[in-house]
Write a protein that binds this ligand. Sequence first.
Ligand SMILES: [Zn+2]
Ligand SMILES: [Zn+2]
Length: 146
Amino acid sequence: LDNSNQYKDLLKKENLRNTKHRNSILEIMNKSDQPLTAEAIFLELKKQGLSISFSTVYRALETLLNKALVVKSSVTDDNKALYEINCQEHRHHLLCVKCRKIFSVNGCPLKEYEKSLEKKYGFTISSHKLVMYGICDHCKATKEKE
Ligand SMILES: [Zn+2]
Ligand SMILES: [Zn+2]
């Protein structure tokens, strides 16, 4: 997803009115290299000069969620829901234990492993989650300076 026309197509496909708010929300998520909290999205919309309330952002997110245009994940342990665009491509996450930033990783190396597990246990796997915990590049650099 590189331009706003594609969001419009997405929204149209799901019979959602292409409101400026929803479009902007999807745009913000698309530009981010990590899943975002509703608050972070709200603050970014404000920064862009949109007059919008937090509850409107929250409602828009719930609508996009119901239409499966975004996905909600809760990989943090502070119970904050994180949102990101629902790529057809399955993603994994890297979580920095120092700054709590989450990075999305495209691609999955576990397809073969899934197949072997299905075979071994006669189990049909529908999905999986993988989160790697560690220290991000930025935090490592900061630590080295100290
Ligand atoms: Zn970090
Ligand atoms: Zn995977």
